[in-house]
Write a protein that binds this ligand. Structure first.
Ligand code: GTP
Ligand code: MG
Length: 333
């Protein structure tokens, strides 16, 4: 964007503020999933034509929406200012928080991958409660959005975790917006239409549990791989933009597949391959330590932190640190 354009940068609040958009067109755009200036700014003319907007006008509207948005090119000092707004959310385990120098950062995506029962969904539940805590207790004093693809969200668990932290269980449950995604297209649709809900409910944590399950079952075979990756990629970019726009933490979970051709190390790797690995800023690999509640969390990639691994446990109260006692129990086995 040139200086001239920056000077004339306008601020638009709602669709009707855009030049050439009346109430009828605005309504049609909303029906197509464009609720905000931000989503319009990244629309294509073809998408707008579906709302009955002519090509020339569509181009005009998209340009106007873009000019009302944050600059695509920002100066490094602005980037620094954005980074200064980054807040941290506690996981409930001091050991994991310490690996992250204080907790999960806002404006980024954190991925938890691991096998069945490794604790991915339990961590997600715990985060939904923790995000509601005041900042001095490691929270963000906000709500959570939980997109559930495997029907594993349980309010009973939230109640237990809330009680343990001394929060009102009813209020804690009320501050979690839940949506079940029936298939991958529905999952994409839910996130694409989440902006208003996030804003209205002061959502500071967005969870997709699991990110990959639907894609994995629907896109079978090599020939579908490119399309699957492209869709997941777009979905993840939408997620990161929401996390940045609302200074929220974004969390996704991912199963691991057995990789029979690997004979040493951990014979597992996450579904989704490189695209997810590159869009996720921070990645944790979770695994069971032995029989019992103890789990190992390994930080496998982060833009600024070294790799490392720590133990935590899943109890009736939620995610907790292991105690000396747990460790000696483990030693005995
Ligand atoms: P998948 O979604 O199947 O890939 O697994 P996941 O990684 O999401 O596993 P999840 O987080 O659901 O972890 C399940 C494990 O958490 C169970 O096997 C239990 O060990 C533990 N867990 C879940 N609920 C409770 C509870 O109420 N009390 C206790 N003590 N442990 C629980
Ligand atoms: Mg799960």
């Amino acid at each position: 964007m040139t200086t001239e354009e920056t000077k004339t940068k306008k601020h638009y609040e709602i669709l009707e503020d855009l030049p050439g958009i009346g109430p009828t067109t605005a309504q049609r755009l909303r029906e197509l999933g464009f609720h905000t200036i931000e989503s319009l700014a990244t629309a294509t003319t073809r998408e707008l034509e579906a709302a009955g907007v002519g090509e020339k006008k569509a181009l005009e509207v998209i340009r106007a929406a873009r000019s009302g948005m944050e600059l695509s090119f920002i100066r490094a000092d602005e980037l620094m200012r954005m980074r200064q707004n980054v807040l941290r959310l506690t996981t409930g385990s001091k050991a994991i928080d310490n690996l992250l120098e204080g907790g999960l950062e806002t404006q980024t995506i954190i991925e938890f991958f691991g096998e069945f029962g490794s604790g991915k969904s339990q961590i997600c539940h715990q985060l939904c409660v923790n995000v509601q805590l005041p900042p001095e207790r490691g929270g963000l004093a906000g709500g959570a959005l939980y997109i559930d693809t495997e029907n594993t969200f349980r309010t009973e668990r939230i109640v237990k975790m809330a009680e343990h932290l001394g929060l009102d269980p009813n209020e804690t449950v009320r501050n979690i917006i839940f949506a079940e995604a029936y298939n991958s297209d529905h999952q994409i649709f839910l996130l694409d239409n989440a902006d208003e809900i996030i804003k209205e409910n002061n959502i500071r944590l967005i969870i997709i549990d699991s990110l990959t399950a639907h894609f994995r079952s629907e896109y079978v075979g090599r020939e579908t791989l490119a399309e699957r990756q492209q869709k997941i990629n777009k979905h993840m970019h939408r997620l990161i933009r929401l996390a940045q726009a609302f200074n929220a933490v974004a969390v996704v979970t991912n199963q691991v597949m057995a990789k029979p051709d690997v004979f040493f190390g951990d014979a597992v790797h996450p579904v989704g391959g490189h695209i997810i690995a590159h869009t996720s800023h921070t990645r944790f690999y979770l695994r069971k330590a032995s029989r019992g509640p103890v789990r190992i969390a390994r930080l496998v990639s982060s833009p600024q932190l070294p790799e490392g691994e720590v133990a935590f446990k899943i109890t009736v109260n939620g995610i907790e640190d292991v105690t000396e006692e747990d460790s000696s129990e483990r030693g005995k086995r």
